[in-house]
Design a protein around this ligand. Sequence first.
Ligand code: C2E
Ligand code: MG
Ligand code: MG
Ligand code: MG
Length: 290
Amino acid sequence: HAARGAGRLVAVWDGESTTLTVDDLELLADLRTAADRGELWLAYQPQVSAPDGRIISVEALLRWTSERHGVVSPGRFIPLAERTGLVDRLTDWVLGEALDAQARWREQGVDLTVSVNVSPLSLRSVDFGDRVEAALAARGLPPGVLMLEVTESMAFDIPEAVERLGPLRASGVRVSIDDFGTGYTSLAVLPQLPLDELKVDQMFVRDAMTSRASEAIVRSVCELGHRLGLTVVAEGVEDELLADLMTSFGVDLLQGYHFARPMPEDDLVAMIELESCSPLFAADAIEAAD
Ligand code: C2E
Ligand code: MG
Ligand code: MG
Ligand code: MG
């Protein structure tokens, strides 16, 4: 329920309160039913292997094309959903959609990992792991095709992350820390986390060319990640110079507009079909056949 006061409303759910504007509330009311109206969809952005540019995974990014509000960016509606407990339902929807897509790709012989963003708040639910495992099992998918990206934000609770993600990772699901370097994870706890991947925050990637500090951070994250046996991803790679720089630092996977923007599933499949016809890929295939 909500109480009015000077253009702002205090909404209470689960015993916690948050301040929302009237606009926020309208948006939330529509977001609640957006999936039913078919207004939500997933865009997929490729992640390419740094040495050879081959697409080896994709990140699923939630899109909301609202009849009433137009295109609403996740930067706007995800934080709102997080503040009001709606984010759990979104997480389940995204997971279901991404795994449906994953099942279709596998049928077509396309071998990709799909990364799904999970709000650290979703890790509060004790049944989170069960829901993920059920979603995989319902589609007969091996756990290794799924990567969970958890943002290293203020809401990221270490014991909770270990408890929820540990068993999942033991079952084969992969785990990534998103926006790494911006949050509050102390280096000491990193080895305790059930992890496969670090995603260096775009801010450091973008500045790495011009700022010594950002360059040092990206290099250090790379070295740290590799020493801990983790894959290191750079996101926000917008041009070739940055791609080359990241590759020279030893980054394993690159993601950014230079390679591809987030796109609808059909475009992704077309792109991958095109790639599999490329001379580079064909040469590999011939070598493998020998
Ligand atoms: P993120 O997970 O760090 O995703 C990367 C963001 O960077 C995406 O923005 C992507 O479109 C954008 N990006 C990729 N390459 C480039 C580039 O070269 N340059 C620039 N400037 N941007 C690039 P997007 O799709 O707007 O998503 C923003 C954030 O919203 C995400 O950041 C993530 O935290 C959140 N989000 C998106 N989808 C979901 C979801 O399904 N669940 C949850 N919980 N959060 C989501
Ligand atoms: Mg992400
Ligand atoms: Mg990120
Ligand atoms: Mg982010």
